[in-house]
Design a protein around this ligand. Structure first.
Ligand SMILES: N[C@@H](CCC(=O)N[C@@H](CS)C(=O)NCC(=O)O)C(=O)O
Length: 169
């Protein structure tokens, strides 16, 4: 199927670099991470662990879609209750496990910031931001390390600055 070329697969996100486009969240995140020094360069296993978090974040977003896109109000309410009670606790728990498995360094991979931390931070910010009806701002409270990670990453000065510029105005 041909699209008009604006969105190669008819989906967000798309990144345009020097007039050329690249789609798919993980590929874009890896590209940006490499440019910014936030993706492992010489350690293929660490790189795979970053990819694991990027793809898990995408999986969680996909798990949320049926409840987010349900058109019938009654069904939507039921689906969002299930999302908050069962689906999110299970999948956010997997993210929390990864933080523990990395030895509670405060980061998902190794002992410094990578695009894996940024992906999880923004996913959690969306989930606990109070903008999704039926998903409470306390959704992360059952995952204390993930919540702590989310709050701490958000306090990194450059990230705080970026949020103020893009979200608070
Ligand atoms: N595999 C893609 C999935 C992207 C995706 O599902 N994008 C959604 C928004 S979150 C979209 O643009 N869907 C088309 C639509 O809503 O019409 C990725 O990871 O980037």
């Amino acid at each position: 199927m041909k699209t008009d070329g604006t969105f190669p697969f008819g989906q967000f996100p798309v990144l345009e670099v020097d007039g050329k486009k690249v789609a798919q969240t993980s590929g874009i995140a890896r590209f940006c991470g490499k440019l910014a020094g936030l993706y492992p360069k010489d350690d293929d296993f660490a790189a795979a662990k970053v990819d694991e978090v990027l793809d898990l974040a995408t999986d969680i977003t996909m798990k949320m879609q049926p409840a987010l896109r349900e058109p019938d109000p009654e069904q939507r309410k039921l689906k969002r209750e299930e999302l908050s009670r069962e689906i999110l606790p299970r999948w956010l728990g997997f993210l929390e496990n990864l933080l523990e498995e990395n030895g509670n360094t405060g980061f998902f991979v190794g002992d410094s910031l990578t695009v894996a931390d940024l992906a999880a931070w923004r996913l959690c910010g969306w989930i606990r931001g109070g903008i999704i009806d039926g998903i409470p701002q306390t959704q992360l409270d059952a995952h204390p390390q993930l919540l702590e990670h989310h709050l701490r990453i958000g306090e990194i000065p450059k990230i705080d600055e970026w949020m103020k510029k893009h979200y608070d105005s």
